[in-house]
Write a protein that binds this ligand. Structure first.
Ligand code: XUL
Length: 521
């Protein structure tokens, strides 16, 4: 039976899912949290920096984690020789800077870890990731040079966005012109990991490429005007944007020798974690929106024609099963939930109980503005959680209400800022680590007044990657794959309680007024 491997290089971990596509079975589900590689000093997936706007990761961490992950799959008895195809996903927008294409380097040796062999190839030691918000100046410069943000939205589906790759590349060129000059190739996280796996210069998937402020959504190629204003000679440094069903190479001999892949195992272009999750959730029809609760919280949905966010926070990306997807991203996702849980001393089970049993919708008037790290939706550069309510709550002495408060606030902002995607969706599909928390699903159902479903598989992004490998290499059709893997868990359907509607309407209005005071305009 043919097996397919899906990889997901997300913010805080690298995961693998192996599927038996014909039988509809998950053969293996492994994950390596980056906290398990302490030598890279990135327990949350990025390096500490005194400036809270700067969030960079060490790309060699991802290479080291890949080796640990493949080693673990083998230890667990997964026969990688049975894998017929591989694809993957990466956190979006992050960029890796190489002195030379990987295929131009001598064969990799077996006597040293791969990340050590790759270290000299980096022209920039770190990779800015999606949490980075240090490029406001570059965003202004790029927008001004092409005639304003409206023009950028028209061409790329997004205005100039701090975390997007184009402004990040421009900042690098301005701050380190010599290192920029020494850069031969700039990869997204997705195309970097695919390049490592194939030891080639892997192209960029158009879906993920749309998150760079560089791709023209009409031509689905790099926009010459944007490339020109972002940095000199950028065109020669960007991998080709390709359709999502492109086979980009085969697993490199190094991985065949070390981990037992069959020689010439095909690798399908890697995409972004959000486009990959859309496929992994089987959410390919409008009317269904996905809420992904990970390091970032995202709300996204398939759409036939690009529609843009009038507030300017949303994005249009390519959709791996065809067409487009809309997306809105919140930086204060699990990092904010974890901060609250830690601060009030609740474990995950206690956090769930607090919402389901110990508190009620509306939280007796307690309101928390959920901003612990700089936020992109809305734009908040000087984050500071703000608490409104009685003394026990505002001094963090009320663990149960604190837990409900962060979740209610997050659901309310998700609803408010995703309204442009197409009204209230009929059905929500939840994924990501926090979707296992019933309390969170209950609050989301009530705030959106929509049914919430959950997949049996937690990591929709890795599943999406495995499904894409099966679809392209195994020539299996989407309906066949969705039926087997993406059917929601019938045991988990959370229906909204209609009596909570006015409570959340009132609370949403109060929250919006508070945010208005705080957000940069
Ligand atoms: C989407 C975004 C994040 C990253 C990390 O625009 O920035 O969701 O993809 O998951």
């Amino acid at each position: 039976m043919a097996h397919y491997l899906g990889l997901d290089c997300s913010t805080q971990s690298l995961s693998a899912l192996v599927i038996d596509a014909e039988r509809g079975k998950i053969v293996a589900d492994e994950s390596v949290p980056f906290a398990a590689l302490p030598e890279f000093r990135s327990p949350h997936g990025f390096l500490e920096h005194p400036d809270p706007r700067i969030k960079h990761a060490d790309p060699l961490l991802w290479v080291a984690a890949l080796e640990v992950l493949l080693g673990r799959l083998r230890q667990r008895g997964v026969d990688l020789a049975r894998i017929h195809g591989v694809s993957g996903a990466g956190q979006q927008h992050g960029s890796v800077y190489l002195r030379a294409p990987l295929d131009s380097t001598p064969p990799w040796r077996d006597d040293a870890p791969l990340h050590e062999q790759l270290a000299p190839l980096l022209s920039r030691a770190t990779a800015p990731i999606w949490l980075d918000s240090a490029t406001s100046e570059e965003c202004h410069e790029i927008a001004a040079a092409v005639g304003g943000d409206d023009e950028l939205v028209r061409v790329t589906g997004s205005r100039a966005i701090e975390r997007f790759t184009g402004p990040q590349i421009r900042r690098f060129f301005k701050q380190e012109p010599r290192a920029y000059a020494a850069t031969a190739e700039i990869h997204l996280v997705s195309s970097f990991v695919a390049s490592v796996l194939t030891k080639t210069s892997a192209p960029v998937d158009r879906g993920d490429g749309a998150g760079m402020n560089l791709l023209d959504l009409q031509t689905l190629d790099w926009s010459p005007a944007l490339v020109a204003v972002t940095a000199p000679d950028l065109a020669s440094r960007l991998p080709r944007p390709v359709p999502c069903d492109t086979i980009v190479g085969t697993v490199a001999p190094y991985f065949v020798r070390r981990y037992g892949f069959a020689p010439r195992t095909p690798v399908v272009v890697f995409t972004g974690d959000n486009p990959s999750s859309l496929v992994g959730m089987g959410a390919t029809t409008p009317g269904t929106a996905v809420i992904s609760l990970g390091t970032s919280d995202t709300v996204f949905a398939a759409m036939e024609r690009p529609r843009t966010d009038p507030r300017g926070f949303g994005h249009v990306f390519g959709h791996p099963a065809g067409g487009f997807m809309s997306l809105i991203c919140f930086a204060n996702g699990s990092l904010a939930r974890e901060t609250v849980a830690r601060r009030v001393g609740l474990d995950w089970a206690g956090f769930e109980r607090a919402i389901l049993q110990d508190t009620k919708p509306g939280n007796d008037g307690a309101l928390l503005l959920p901003y612990f790290v700089p936020e992109m939706t809305p734009r908040i550069t000087a984050p500071q959680p703000l608490l409104r309510g009685d003394a026990a709550f505002t001094t963090w002495r009320d663990p149960a209400r604190s837990a409900r408060a962060i979740v209610e606030a997050q659901a309310l902002v998700m609803r408010r800022y995703s309204d442009w995607i197409g009204g209230t969706p009929e059905r929500l599909l939840a994924t990501g680590g926090a979707s296992s928390n019933q309390g969170i699903l209950r609050v989301i159902a009530d705030v959106f007044q929509a049914e919430v479903h959950r997949l049996r598989v937690k990591n929709a992004s890795a599943l999406g990657a495995a499904l894409r490998a099966a679809q392209v290499v195994g020539q299996l059709d989407w309906a066949f794959l969705f039926e087997r893997f993406a059917a929601p868990d019938p045991a988990v359907v959370v229906r909204p309680a209609p009596e909570t509607r006015p409570i959340y309407e009132e609370m949403g209005a109060r929250l919006a007024a508070e945010i208005h005071q705080l957000a940069d305009r």
